[in-house]
Design a protein around this ligand. Structure first.
Ligand code: PNS
Length: 168
């Protein structure tokens, strides 16, 4: 398939309006974007992989993008191997607050060490989303707070039906 494709990997546990904002921006820059949901059994995710994928797919419909502009897949193993499999060197990450930088910088350089062809591209979300994270959303919900303006509607539904001890 022709055109530049970028891979936007993450836990999406769950997807927030911050992720959606990055995906919308990426859709304007790249021909295709692959939202890659991490399937890592060692990570203690709140939502199982199928639910994280379902929330992301349903949320993306809100963006009303052309079909196949953004696709959702899961991946396991090393990200650099997945990029190679997808035949693209473009790895996309969002940068919010300054505290993200150290972790993201380390990951970008380590991925470059593992595969010098891989290029990490950082996008900043809208300023209204820089304080937003999946972890905070889950904490707020678990304490009875309102997150309606932080996550897509289908995520709200999942958050409300998730068993309480599982959040955050
Ligand atoms: O949304 P997150 O939790 O910040 O995403 C982190 C993710 C999934 C991108 C990262 O954990 C990852 O790349 N995992 C794949 C395993 C891997 O390649 N590890 C080496 C990274 S330098």
């Amino acid at each position: 398939m022709a055109g530049k494709m970028a891979v936007y990997p993450g836990s999406f546990d769950p997807v927030t309006y911050g992720h959606m904002d990055i995906l919308r921006r990426a859709s304007l820059l790249f021909d295709r974007v692959l939202a890659a949901v991490s399937d890592n059994p060692q990570k203690n995710h709140t939502f199982p992989l199928p639910a994280r994928i379902e929330m992301l797919e349903e949320s993306l419909r809100e963006l009303r993008l052309p079909k196949n502009k953004i696709r959702v897949e899961s991946f396991s193993g090393l990200l650099v191997d997945y990029l190679k499999e997808k035949k693209t060197p473009i790895l996309l990450r969002g940068l919010r607050v300054f505290s993200d930088f150290e972790y993201e910088f380390q990951m970008a350089l380590m991925n470059r060490h593992l595969d010098p062809q891989v290029e990490t591209v950082f996008l900043m979300p809208d300023a209204s989303h820089i304080h937003l994270s999946s972890t905070l959303v889950k904490e707020i919900v678990s304490l009875g707070g309102e997150v309606r303006d932080l996550v897509p509607r289908c995520v709200l539904r999942h958050l409300k039906s998730a068993p309480a001890p599982n959040i955050p």
